[in-house]
Design a protein around this ligand. Structure first.
Ligand SMILES: [Zn+2]
Length: 368
């Protein structure tokens, strides 16, 4: 009931914002010394948490705010700071860093309500938990994820070749090549074992990796499909990406505790925002690897595209998913089944990664 009520308020707000031409904004200025008292009078208790209307916070701290009806993102800023809020979520972007407010931003009686912890961003008293800080632009540690494994064979190609075996072998070789270049490489698996998708990105997060690379091989209904593809996480995707994404996400059927929540569109937007800086890096990395495969192996590098891959979604760092070739294509399956070819693939991918690393480190971070 409560949810429905809130939903109604949300709809009301959105409709009224639509009437205002899909955007709304405000700006306030106050110099009153009694603002603290005034603000405390505005506190509302929702689900046993203290909330305050955003408009009151804006008055208190001399902030302007702006609601974008298309992205459903609220931007709050002054000359020094810029915060992006996502109604329904407690994660916010503050000066391009992710903070956890511990309580979600919500719409209550037609007003945007922020939890008390939001105020700490402006008072500098015990700031809310910062999720990720990026200060050094270097790539020292990479987590390589050999796709599938154990009870999940992945794609099965000509002559019964299994994607899990191809992915593992290329990943092991890639680790060797990158280690030679001084990169610290962690594998999510180095044997034929099963990991749920979530665990793979968790390993990368725990290791505080600078990059996450998931290695796969593709399959298609048409045996003519061939070539290399790279994907990065995005909410924008086309029908082709969707087809690959459905196949790669299908591992979920092998997972016993598949109860973890997958995002609705709102959360997808949120993650998209959080990952926007990572996305630039992911695209650049995908391009660098793809260019090298084209140059060294004359591979048909088909696509570099965005898609919603679950394995990439949980990673707090730039991440790419590589489809090394089609197991359903006779020639490509034959080559992928050849150890010498897999070694050449691993060497070319490593060269692409190293080239990207050098470019990234000299650029001081693309997103800055
Ligand atoms: Zn796969």
């Amino acid at each position: 009931m409560l949810v429905k009520k809130q939903y109604n308020y949300c709809i009301l707000l959105i409709i009224s914002l639509f009437l205002c031409g899909l955007t709304a904004s405000g700006c306030s200025r106050t110099g009153s010394v009694s603002v603290d008292r005034r603000m405390s009078r505005s506190f509302v208790r929702l689900d046993r948490k203290q909330y305050v209307p955003l408009i009151v916070v804006c008055k208190q701290y001399d902030l302007s705010w702006h609601w974008d009806g298309f992205s459903k993102i609220i931007t709050v800023k002054n000359l020094k700071s810029n915060a992006k809020l996502f109604p329904g979520s407690g994660l916010i972007l503050f000066n391009n860093e992710v903070f956890d407010l511990k309580s979600r931003v919500r719409i209550h009686r037609g007003q945007i309500m922020v939890p008390q912890s939001f105020l700490r961003l402006f008072t500098k008293k015990e700031p809310p938990l910062k999720l990720r800080r990026k200060s050094v632009f270097s790539i020292r540690k990479i987590v390589i994820d050999a796709g599938h494994g154990g009870k999940d064979p992945g794609a099965i190609g000509k002559k019964g070749i299994q994607e899990k075996d191809i992915a593992l072998d290329i990943s092991l070789r890639l680790k060797k090549e990158l280690t030679k270049q001084g990169i610290d490489v962690i594998l999510t698996r180095d044997t034929d074992i099963f990991h749920p998708l979530k665990k793979r990105s968790e390993i990368a997060n725990k290791e505080k990796a600078d990059f996450f690379i998931s290695v796969h091989a593709n399959a298609a209904h048409t045996s003519s499909a061939n070539g290399f593809e790279a994907f990065y996480l995005s909410t924008d995707y086309d029908d082709f990406s969707k087809a690959v994404q459905i196949r790669e996400n299908a591992v979920i059927k092998f997972e016993e505790n598949a109860g973890y929540e997958y995002s609705d569109d709102l959360n997808a937007t949120l993650w998209d925002m959080i990952l926007s800086e990572n996305r630039i890096e992911s695209i650049e990395m995908a391009n660098s690897i793809s260019d090298e495969l084209k140059r060294a192996l004359k591979l048909n590098t088909r696509y570099i595209r965005g898609a919603r891959f679950r394995v990439l979604k949980g990673a707090n760092m730039p991440a790419v998913l590589l489809e090394m070739g089609y197991l359903t294509n006779k020639n490509e399956a034959m080559r992928l089944n050849n150890a010498y070819y897999r070694q050449m693939l691993a060497e070319a991918v490593a060269t692409g990664i190293i080239r990207y690393k050098k470019l990234f480190e000299s650029s001081d971070g693309f997103s800055k």
